[in-house]
Each structure stands twice: as structure tokens, then as C-alpha cells.
Design a protein around this ligand. Structure first.
Ligand SMILES: NC(=O)c1ccc[n+]([C@@H]2O[C@H](COP(=O)([O-])OP(=O)(O)OC[C@H]3O[C@@H](n4cnc5c(N)ncnc54)[C@H](OP(=O)(O)O)[C@@H]3O)[C@@H](O)[C@H]2O)c1
Length: 318
């Protein structure tokens, strides 16, 4: 496994992380048994993945509980794992931030949360950004969290959030980023690269859409969230499966890798980007960990880049 510093901190995180939304069960068609989560985490750690991303909203705390329990039961690994969790935008008032962080810490069963991220902006709650940031700094002072991150914050709000902080800085920004959905490149990514802030890429496999296993004739089934996910609407899937999938598959066979590995490798070639693919089982973790330790050639990177840019994807689905 390769490692990279989290933002400008001394903390080293693996080039490929592990997303733990799947452990929540409800959104991904569930049930997701604890034993599977433990196997997934054990395999990730064995392969050198040390960065695990969860959130208070994943299964209303269930994912955090599974992560914490597995780390405890696997024994002796807490100091080698960097745990990131998130507070939903609905809980960004000063007192709520403090309460939410303490509850997450309790569910995770740790002394300190390594990275606490604001999951999305307070949107319709009208909480001033500096009120939320004051609470985040208090959590650092109180030793409840080590580092502050944001997620799904537009550039202007991220800058405002940074300007509120007195003693700390934002070390990471978690945003959707994959070969199909690249809007983060328009203004946020260059800023993060300039400022030494890590971009934690969520849905780095476009929820499985870049792996080539889904098409308009074979959409995800079983009642999970992807039934209503724009990327999986037939017109978008047609665009993906006719243009992007053939190139990913060709490169996969050229490099002796899998489509998921090609897609994740393309992401880590953007410098400060750390993908956190979610996994349904240990075999997927093995595959995803294998996306590090090698690189696509410049020529193949560009080819993938171009075909991905040519996709016409819409979020207007009715
Ligand atoms: N901050 C945010 O707002 C936000 C939003 C979304 C996600 N996240 C975080 O980002 C993480 C990853 O995003 P995500 O879970 O939405 O999407 P993802 O990582 O792009 O896709 C995960 C799905 O892809 C499939 N998959 C995984 N590895 C595979 C492999 N090697 N080969 C083939 N298929 C594979 C699995 O589903 P199937 O096998 O069923 O196809 C899995 O459930 C989450 O777990 C969460 O921690 C954050």
C-alpha cells in the first residue's frame, strides 16, 4: 500500500481508503451483518488500508458502531487506524456539534476521533458558518477530535469556514469524484491542490457504475439507493456502457487489472486525491486495495480522461 499525508498534517493515510456507508445496511439494500463488516475491516487492515470513513447518518449510527466494534475485537490496531466520521448538516448549531461529536465518539468506542467532517452544509438551518467552526475548534481543544474536515462544501463556503478558524485549518474536503462525475474539477480541486488540502473522493466507483457490470439491461436490483440514483438511469447507463466501459475494460486487460482498479488508479493520479471505495465483501476490498502500487501510463491516463470527458450525463431524470 502507498501512503500520503492527510492535508498538511503528519498523519499518513493509505492511498486507498475504505468507505463504511455499506455497513449501515438500510441504504444499500441491507441487511449487512456485523460479521461481514468485521471481515471487510480485517482484510482492509491486512492489506495496509488504514483510513476508514463512516458517518453518524449511515444506518443512524450502525456503521459507526460496526467500525468501532470491529477495531476493538480485531485487537491492537487502534493506533494504526485513522477513523473519519461526519456530522450531518442538520446538527451544525454550536451545542449540537458538541453533542453529535461526543455521541459519535461513544459509538466508535474511541478516545479521540481522528478526523471529524461536516457532512454537508447547514443548508436550510441558517446556522452561521463561524458558529459551527467555533464548535469544531472547541472539540479539538477538548481532545474529542484531532482534525477538522468538510464534505460537500462549495469553494466559497470552504473559504469562509477556513477564515473562521483561529488555531486550526481544514485538512480535507470530501466530495463526489469519479470518472463519470467530475464537477469537483471545475473550481474545487485546483484550490485544494494549491492549498494542500486532501480531496477525499466519495463514490469513487460511481457506486459501481464504472466497473462495467451495470448497463441499461442490467441495472442494480434489490431495493438499494441506486434505483433512484441519476447515474443509473437508463440514458446515463447507456452513455456509460457504450463509451466509457469498453475503454476501461480494454485498459484492464492491457494492465492485468480489473475495471475498478483502473478507475481508482485514474483518481489517485490526481495527486492529493484519496478515494474511499465502499465494499460489500472482503473480495471487493482486495480488489480495491490493488488499485495502488502502480500507475497507468500518461498516454492511457489521457485516453481515459478524454473518453470520460465526452460523456453526456444528466441529473434531470424526469
Ligand atoms: N460525504 C458524502 O456525502 C458521501 C456520499 C456518498 C458516499 N460517501 C462515502 O464514500 C464511500 C464510497 O462511496 P459509495 O459507497 O457511495 O460508492 P462507491 O465506493 O463508488 O461504490 C461502492 C459500491 O460499488 C461496488 N463495488 C465496490 N468495490 C467493487 C469492485 N472492486 N468491483 C466491483 N464493484 C465494486 C459495491 O456494490 P455492488 O457490488 O452492489 O455493485 C459497492 O457497494 C461511502 O462508503 C461513504 O463512506 C460519502
Amino acid at each position: 500500500m502507498e501512503y500520503i499525508n492527510l492535508g498538511k498534517t503528519e498523519l499518513k493515510i493509505s492511498r486507498i481508503g475504505l468507505g463504511a456507508w455499506q455497513f449501515g445496511g438500510d441504504a444499500w439494500g441491507g441487511p449487512y451483518e456485523y460479521g461481514v463488516a468485521k471481515e471487510v475491516i480485517a482484510k482492509a487492515i491486512e492489506l495496509g488500508i488504514n483510513f476508514i470513513d463512516t458517518a453518524a447518518v449511515y444506518g443512524r449510527g450502525r456503521s459507526e458502531e460496526f467500525v468501532g466494534r470491529a477495531i476493538k475485537e480485531l485487537g491492537g490496531i487502534r493506533d494504526h487506524v485513522v477513523i473519519a466520521t461526519k456530522i450531518p448538516g442538520d446538527w451544525h448549531r454550536y451545542d449540537d456539534v458538541l453533542k453529535a461529536a461526543r455521541r459519535s465518539r461513544e459509538r466508535l468506542g474511541v478516545d479521540v476521533i481522528d478526523l471529524l467532517q461536516l457532512h454537508w452544509p447547514a443548508c436550510w438551518h441558517n446556522v452561521p458558518i463561524c458558529e459551527t467552526m467555533r464548535a469544531m475548534e472547541r472539540l479539538v481543544d477538548d481532545g474529542v477530535i484531532r482534525y477538522i474536515g468538510v464534505s460537500n462544501y462549495p469553494l466559497q463556503l470552504l473559504e469562509a469556514a477556513r477564515s473562521c478558524l483561529k488555531k486550526n485549518d481544514i485538512v480535507s474536503s470530501q466530495n463526489r469524484y469519479n470518472l463519470i462525475e467530475r464537477d469537483v474539477e471545475k473550481e474545487l480541486l485546483p484550490y485544494l491542490q494549491r492549498e494542500g488540502i486532501t480531496l477525499i473522493a466519495w463514490s469513487p466507483l460511481a457506486k459501481g457504475a464504472v466497473t462495467g457490470k451495470y448497463s441499461p439491461e442490467n441495472r442494480p436490483r434489490g431495493g438499494d439507493l441506486r434505483e433512484n440514483e441519476p447515474v443509473f438511469y437508463p440514458d446515463n447507463l447507456k452513455e456509460i456502457s457504450t463509451k466509457l466501459t469498453p475503454v476501461i475494460k480494454e485498459l484492464a486487460s492491457k494492465y492485468g487489472k480489473t475495471p475498478a482498479q483502473i478507475a481508482l488508479n485514474w483518481l489517485i493520479m490526481h495527486g492529493n486525491v484519496v478515494p474511499i471505495p465502499g465494499a460489500k465483501n472482503a473480495a471487493q476490498v482486495v480488489e480495491n486495495a490493488g488499485a495502488a502500487g502502480w500507475r497507468l501510463s500518461e498516454e492511457d491516463f489521457r485516453r481515459l480522461d478524454e473518453v470520460s470527458r465526452s460523456l453526456v450525463i444528466t441529473y434531470v431524470t424526469w
